[in-house]
Design a protein around this ligand. Structure first.
Ligand code: XUL
Ligand code: CO
Length: 438
């Protein structure tokens, strides 16, 4: 049987002088940067959904991609053909990981029993594939947003029967993720929010979400899953408002339910920008709260206000993000999942390779840039000097809780000096970044 990707030779690293568009120019998996190989640092993953499931359909028209497993019913034969093609693609691209939703990999199911049966069938087949191929699982997740039953949310649904179905999907998918040796498990609350607050009991829904997440964490421990659990923040789309709107909001939510040491975040640049934040802001917030987990790399389109999920190509933004990721200690269980899809007109098999090659080359360049910035860390030196006053004297007493408001106020009166403005040097620092983006 001929395979869909047969005409694409395995993608090799050829260096920046190569003009072969189907070769890596910068992603040299074995090159060592800051004591680890590029492959070990980046932990690149291909996502099953955009890469193999999406047929190119948009809200105005049907899918032009016509992969051999598209077009008919999403039955077991289609799921099997997709699985064969997926592992063939992984072998040719050579990235170390993949990510999946339950419904991406399985034959379509309607009832809870059918879900369990169809999922179990493909889980066995994935296990067999993984035994024959080198690609590992970065993370799994349950799709709790596509089926109409989830139109009013999964954990936050007004009807507990819907939430019970969601519990079944999460239980099955978490157990499969564990079986596959996955490094993490993601919960993206696609419809955990509302379309109108007029019909929504926000307090009740947040409580449902908190309890649901607690049950997921309890089950993780019960089955002995050693990977991480990550929430993926997003402010809206598909619903008007989603409770997990950004990293700061997620941290407050985790604190409220006592889960801040159990659950981290999977950050997506295009979600950050939809929330009015920069990508690096979200990474730094996660570092500050100690909940950084993983990244869904992609980019939005500044002229469009929605989640376009394009492959990343902004070297400055990606360099900065990787600088903060490395400063936070780099990826541990997490990695670089491309939650990105080729454009609707990029309908050929090779377009899937161009998208991933571009993304992987970009990440490798950004990693090398970020490592160079860290070697002689001028940003850190500048910040250390800027906050030095808080390291000793009354500043340190304030931070350690050994100062009262009156005591601190008395110091101001005693010195009786109006502090002089000190430059924040923004332009100098921006120039420094520009000089390191190459
Ligand atoms: C949606 C999104 C999802 C999650 C997994 O915007 O990013 O694909 O990554 O459910
Ligand atoms: Co995502």
């Amino acid at each position: 049987m001929t395979g869909y990707f047969d005409h694409i030779d395995p993608i090799k690293f050829e260096g920046s002088d190569s003009d072969n568009p189907l070769a890596f120019k910068y992603y040299d998996p074995k090159k060592v940067v800051m004591g680890k190989t590029i492959e070990e640092h980046l932990r690149v993953a291909v996502c099953y959904w955009h890469t193999f499931c999406w047929d190119g359909a948009d809200v105005f028209g049907g899918g032009p991609f016509n992969r051999p497993w598209h077009g008919g019913k999403n039955d077991q034969a289609a799921a099997d053909a997709k699985l064969d093609a997926a592992f063939d693609f992984f072998d040719r691209l050579g990235q170390p990981f993949f990510c999946f939703h339950d419904v991406d990999v399985m034959a379509e199911a309607e009832t809870p029993k059918e879900h369990v049966e169809n999922f179990a069938q493909i889980v066995d087949k994935i296990e067999a594939k993984m035994a024959q191929h080198s690609t590992k699982l970065l993370w799994g997740t349950a799709n709790l947003f596509s089926h109409p039953r989830y139109m009013a949310g999964a954990a936050t649904n007004p009807n507990p029967d819907v939430t019970a179905f969601a519990a079944l999907q999460v239980q099955q998918c978490l157990e499969a993720t564990h079986k596959f040796g996955g490094a993490g498990y993601v919960l993206w609350g696609g419809r955990e929010g509302y379309d109108t607050i007029l019909n929504t009991n926000v307090g009740q829904e947040m409580q449902q979400l908190g309890r649901f997440l607690s049950m997921v964490v309890e089950h993780k421990h019960k089955i002995g899953f050693k990977g991480d659990i990550w929430i993926e923040p997003k402010p809206h789309e598909p619903t008007k408002h989603q409770y997990d709107r950004d990293v700061g909001t997620v941290f407050g939510f985790l604190k409220e339910y006592g889960l801040e040491n159990e659950v981290g975040v999977n950050i997506e640049p295009n979600h950050a920008t939809l929330a009015g934040n920069s990508f690096e802001h979200e990474v730094e917030m996660a570092n500050a709260f100690g909940i950084f987990g993983s990244i869904d790399f992609n980019r939005g389109d500044p002229q469009n206000g929605w989640d376009t999920d394009q492959f990343p190509n902004d070297l400055r933004e990606t360099t900065l993000a990787l600088y903060y990721i490395l400063k936070g200690g780099g990826f541990k269980n997490g990695g670089s999942n491309f939650d990105a899809k080729v454009r609707r007109q990029s309908c050929d098999a090779e377009d899937l390779f161009y998208g991933h090659i571009g993304g992987m080359d970009l990440l490798a360049r950004a990693l090398i840039n970020a490592a160079e910035m860290i070697e002689n860390d001028e940003l850190q030196a500048f910040k250390d000097a800027r906050y030095a006053g808080w390291k000793s004297g009354s500043g340190a007493k304030v931070l350690s809780g050994n100062m009262t408001l009156e005591g601190f106020a008395a110091e101001a009166l005693r010195d009786n000096a109006s502090p002089k403005p000190v430059s924040g040097r923004q332009e100098k620092l921006e120039n420094y970044i520009s000089n390191h983006v190459k």
